[in-house]
Design a protein around this ligand. Structure first.
Ligand SMILES: [Zn+2]
Length: 488
């Protein structure tokens, strides 16, 4: 975990900067300067993603909101088993049939912002003044939790940014200009709020239409300190690059030029090499394209094209594509800004929420009776979390014991308790008298449904019944109150 920003360079002269973890990037430095001396930032990474709960009943949906912090390294955040990401709430998935059709979607947008501001209400005060927290290293710091990144798919980015879906949630580029590689003016929080307020008062500001805004007057980020929601939207490599630009557009264009059979033949002819996947049947027969498949194809795609196409820009000339006014293509112009502000993109993928849905939504739904399920899901998750926390605590106690035992063996038992007490301030945990026995057994039984007599007669295990009786009496103390176990 990191509690302060850093700058990393490849050389001693500090000429080449490296952007990797969030604490190596510029956002953290910029916000640190705005806070009082000694303040610690907890950069919040939120993600929200609507998901279906059941494959067969399409109307059962959940809309979880997840939270993690940039202080934790990407490597740890990546592992679902590390529990570095938590569920902070479910947003309502309401049909809003009480509203007339034209008003329904706007009511839905407003409901989203209302619920998000309820969930994040606590951050207004905490972000501004900081809260004293005990950190993982045992120190107490004044921590300012500040929203730094928001991971969501394109429609949800537009929803959070209060803009129409034909616009860019980061900048005010015109809908027709998204094909040109130009930088437009970035959206600004103060400015956007000002226009929304004017619109609310009925002043009809021309910028409202120009910036493609939606009439959401209380966006959830309005009062969040130091939060620029538009800069929070991180690139989504899976949907924008791998599934979007590469699969939906680039592969399609190239296949039209070269022909499907030729593309397949070239994939088949590709020499195999460690680290490269060999598509021995070509790619036209691949029915399920996963993120991994895209990346494997991207590695060799340039080689596939070599010699087959003219090297000039010919998509337009060959009338394969009329224009490049494609939102996903436009999003690439913001990548460098985003990397410099928030670090490398590998952990801002919308793949992570998709994986979390299994633990935090689908499993929870499965455990419910499928009626009024949200409350049951929350209860189930609270119990799971309690069990996990307890398990983690027990593992920690065991680790500590291991350490103490290790030291005791090294340095003698008498001096140890004083030393460890004075060094770490922790009282050593008493060691149990005997360590728990370990059993190694086969996973699969070679003989099934064997009677107990058969164990003694056929296998000669004559001590089995007395041993089992002793085991049960010792480990289930109340068993004597019912009856002495008898095996026949
Ligand atoms: Zn843009």
């Amino acid at each position: 975990m990191a509690f302060a920003p850093e700058q990393v360079f490849t050389d001693e002269a500090c000429s080449e900067r490296v952007f990797d973890e969030m604490w190596t990037a510029n956002w953290w430095w910029k916000i640190q300067e705005l806070l009082p001396k000694g303040a610690t930032i907890a950069p919040l990474i939120l993600s929200s993603d609507k998901t279906q709960l059941s494959q067969f009943r399409g109307d059962k949906k959940a809309w979880p909101v997840y939270l993690t912090i940039g202080n934790i390294s990407k490597e740890i955040r990546r592992q679902p088993s590390a529990h570095a990401t938590i569920l902070v709430g479910y947003l309502p998935v309401a049909k809003l049939e009480c509203y007339s059709e034209p008003m329904r979607s706007l009511a839905g947008y407003r409901l989203f912002h209302y619920c998000m501001s309820k969930i994040l209400e606590i951050l207004v005060e905490a972000g501004e003044n900081g809260v004293e927290m005990v950190c993982a290293d045992g120190r107490v710091r004044r921590v300012h939790p500040i929203l730094a990144a928001y991971v969501a798919d394109y429609p949800e980015q537009c929803l959070a940014g209060c803009c129409m879906e034909n616009r860019c949630p980061r900048c005010a580029v015109k809908p027709d200009d998204r094909g040109s590689p130009v930088m437009s003016v970035l959206r600004d929080v103060e400015w956007t709020l000002k226009i929304l307020d004017e619109h609310k008062r009925g002043q009809e500001p021309p910028q409202f239409e120009r910036d493609g805004l939606r009439a959401i007057y209380q966006p959830f980020w309005r009062y969040l300190p130091h939060c620029n929601i538009f800069a929070c939207f991180t690139p989504d490599l899976l949907h924008q690059i791998h599934k979007g630009v590469f699969k939906d557009h680039f592969v399609k264009w190239c296949t039209t030029i070269i022909g499907e059979a030729e593309v397949d033949a070239r994939f088949k002819a590709m020499a195999s090499h460690p680290g490269l996947r060999h598509f021995k049947k070509g790619i036209s027969s691949v029915s399920q394209w996963t993120g991994t498949e895209h990346k494997e194809m991207e590695k060799v795609f340039l080689g596939i094209l070599a010699g087959a196409v003219n090297s000039e820009d010919i998509f337009v000339k060959l009338e394969i594509q009329e224009h490049f006014n494609i939102p996903k293509l436009h999003s690439i112009v913001h990548y460098v800004d985003s990397i410099e502000a928030l670090g490398s993109l590998d952990r801002y993928n919308s793949e992570s929420p998709e994986r979390l849905h299994i633990d935090f939504a689908k499993e929870a739904y499965r455990a419910s009776n499928k009626r009024d399920y949200t409350e049951q899901m929350v209860m189930w998750l609270q119990r799971q979390e309690a069990m996990w926390t307890r398990g983690a605590f027990c593992a920690w106690v065991k680790d500590q014991q291991g350490l103490i035992d290790g030291e005791r063996n090294n340095s003698g038992s008498e001096s140890l308790s004083e030393e460890s007490e004075s060094e770490s301030g922790a009282v050593p945990i008493p060691t149990p008298t005997s360590s728990a026995p370990l059993y190694a057994i086969e996973k699969k039984a070679p003989f099934k449904n064997v009677t107990i007599q058969c164990l003694a007669v056929d296998f000669g295990a004559i001590d089995f019944i007395p041993a089992l009786t002793t085991f049960l009496c010792r480990n289930i103390p109340d068993i004597n109150a019912y009856a002495q176990p008898k095996f026949v």
